[in-house]
Design a protein around this ligand. Structure first.
Ligand SMILES: [Zn+2]
Ligand SMILES: [Zn+2]
Length: 235
């Protein structure tokens, strides 16, 4: 079945995201825009995934627990998990590797943790937006061991893209899918990069503000509208 998706959305846990990116606001906006499945992908953390999944269940929207990992090479990788337990196990690895830098809200923004009713329950004290200590190779292995899916983020962009940072998408990493940004002219980009011809593409918003969340702009043909079906599709 045709499922409209946006697999790269930041919540108010990401310091650079708008504080209005609360679980209910995100879910309601995604439903308004006609999406079937979204993934919450905060920088280096998954604290708001559970609240978003609950909100999604109430509204008939599937929410995938995910993370946008920043590797030690400063490459952004979208990591998607079947359930919150696996996502949290991955977060444990990431947190052990984070440099001991505290967030400065006045400089970087707030890192708000919420429950499913948009009540603030806590704030993450460690700065989430910097590079973790996990290199790409280790991260890929860990995510796959947890039965998750890992996709290089916004490879068309200058910053934090695997293509730009390494100069290539190394074949040994075994990726089949790459992400491009919402505003990427994909046909033109593919002409510029014939070496990427074999890859399939995912278009995502990388939304930091509610209005950035995708409309019905990118869909996947899934067995059913579920997290399991989405992850199977990418495997
Ligand atoms: Zn990114
Ligand atoms: Zn992002």
């Amino acid at each position: 079945m045709k499922c409209w998706v946006d697999l790269h959305v930041h919540s108010c846990l990401s310091p650079c995201a708008d504080d209005d990116m609360t679980p209910n606001n995100i879910v309601n906006m995604a439903v308004l825009k006609g999406l079937d499945i979204i993934a919450v992908t905060d920088h280096n953390a998954v604290h708001n995934s559970e609240a978003l999944i609950s909100c999604g269940q109430r509204a008939g929207l599937v929410v995938i627990p995910g993370m946008e990992l920043c590797t030690s090479e400063e490459i952004h990788l979208i990591c998607l998990f079947r359930d919150i337990n696996r996502a949290e196990k991955f977060q444990d690895h990431v947190f052990k590797s984070l440099p001991p830098v505290l967030n400065r809200e006045d400089i970087f923004g707030s890192q708000i943790i919420m429950d499913a009713d948009d009540n603030e329950t806590d704030r993450e004290p460690r700065l989430l937006s910097g590079a973790s200590g996990l290199d790409a190779e280790t991260a890929i292995k860990l995510v796959r061991e947890l039965d998750g899916v890992i996709i290089p983020a916004h490879v068309n962009r200058e910053s934090f893209s695997m293509l730009n940072t390494l100069g290539a998408i190394p074949l040994e990493y075994g990726f089949r899918f790459l992400e491009c940004s919402k505003n990427c002219d994909l046909p033109a980009f593919k002409v510029k990069h014939p070496e990427l011809e074999a890859y399939k593409w995912v278009k995502s918003s990388d939304a930091h503000f509610l209005w950035d969340i995708l409309e019905q702009e990118f869909w996947l043909d899934l067995e059913e509208k579920s997290a399991e079906a989405l992850l199977s599709y990418f495997r």
